[in-house]
Design a protein around this ligand. Structure first.
Ligand SMILES: Cc1ncc(C[n+]2csc(CCOP(=O)(O)OP(=O)(O)O)c2C)c(N)n1
Ligand code: SF4
Length: 283
């Protein structure tokens, strides 16, 4: 499938300069590259939450599912567990996933379900016009905190490491080539992969100037080492003025959660027949 065919006729309503465009373009390039390897675009399913980020699935001509706010991870897990042949990619906001949906994210990482979560982390609620989120810095002045927040942010990557995520990375919407490479690595990873993308919201929290000065790609970082990853991930706590490492920061192999073991005879046609008889019985 070529680049044009992955586009849709939906009118794009993101603000001019929004970091979501970079994520959309990066994802589109990666999907074009991997579609064939995955046995065709029909084997790829996108899931999104509620927020500006969520509209990304409207702009990609790929099977998709809108979950409710905070529920991207469990929906993506359910789709993957129902059909292990699918490549399942979830898109969530930082409010969506690190706020209301946090417990789901922790459990998806703990279980090591083979899904990829791409977090559009603009560190603000975009769609609801500028309230603080769990990754807004201490003192952030937004619609709900005009005098500044009184609580420090959490470091979502540290939380993911502690929860057992087997792939953790950070991208930035103004470092396109690295973002594409990182997303490709995350989707190729067997197991739970999370990419926290610093996605600049130009309207409610424009951090381009700040990030441009501070982001870097670590040289010689051992992403396979837990200790090295721990130190790299703690270097910037989403509050300080420390340098911000980009790229794959941690990866390991560990057993996948594949749901209840299926017997040999439980093939797709057998399951389809069982599901349809259950539906007839109950509806
Ligand atoms: C269950 C539920 N809670 C809250 C809301 C209200 N709501 C809609 S979008 C949103 C915030 C979205 O922010 P974020 O997830 O950071 O995404 P962004 O818009 O920044 O991409 C909220 C709180 C909702 N729609 N449903
Ligand atoms: S409000 Fe922010 S996140 Fe939403 S489209 Fe505009 S720039 Fe992007």
């Amino acid at each position: 499938m070529g680049a044009r065919e992955l586009g849709t006729s939906a009118v794009n309503t993101w603000c001019k300069g929004c970091g979501n465009f970079a994520i959309l373009n990066a994802v589109r390039t990666v999907l074009e590259a991997i579609g064939e390897e995955r046995g065709g675009m029909e084997n790829i399913v996108l899931v999104s939450g509620i927020g500006c980020h969520a509209k990304i699935v409207d702009y990609l001509n790929v099977n998709s599912f809108y979950a409710i706010h905070g529920r991207v991870a469990p929906v993506a897990e359910g789709i993957k567990l129902a059909n292990q042949n699918l490549t399942v990619i979830g898109f969530a906001g930082d409010g969506d996933s690190y706020g209301e949906g946090l417990e789901h994210l922790v459990f998806a990482a703990k279980r090591n379900v083979d899904i990829t979560m791409i977090i559009h982390n603009n560190r603000v609620y975009g769609l609801t016009t500028g309230q603080y989120t769990p990754t807004s810095p201490l003192g952030f002045k937004g619609k709900s905190t005009p005098r500044g927040t009184k609580e420090p942010p959490l470091n979502p990557l540290e939380l993911m490491l502690a929860s057992g995520a087997s792939f953790i990375a950070r991208g930035y919407s103004n470092r396109m080539d690295l973002l594409k490479q990182t997303l490709r690595e995350a989707i190729a990873h067997r197991g739970f992969a999370l990419v926290d993308v610093l996605q600049v919201c130009v309207t409610f929290y424009n951090l381009y100037m700040d990030y441009n000065k501070r982001v870097y790609q670590p040289e010689g970082h051992d992403a396979g080492g837990h200790e090295a990853a721990f130190h790299k991930i703690r270097e910037w706590d989403y509050n300080s003025q420390a340098p911000i490492a980009l790229g794959t920061l941690y990866r390991c192999e560990r057993p996948l959660f594949e749901g209840p073991a299926r017997s040999e005879e439980m093939t797709l046609p057998v399951r389809a027949a069982r599901i349809s008889s259950l539906l007839k019985e109950r509806i």
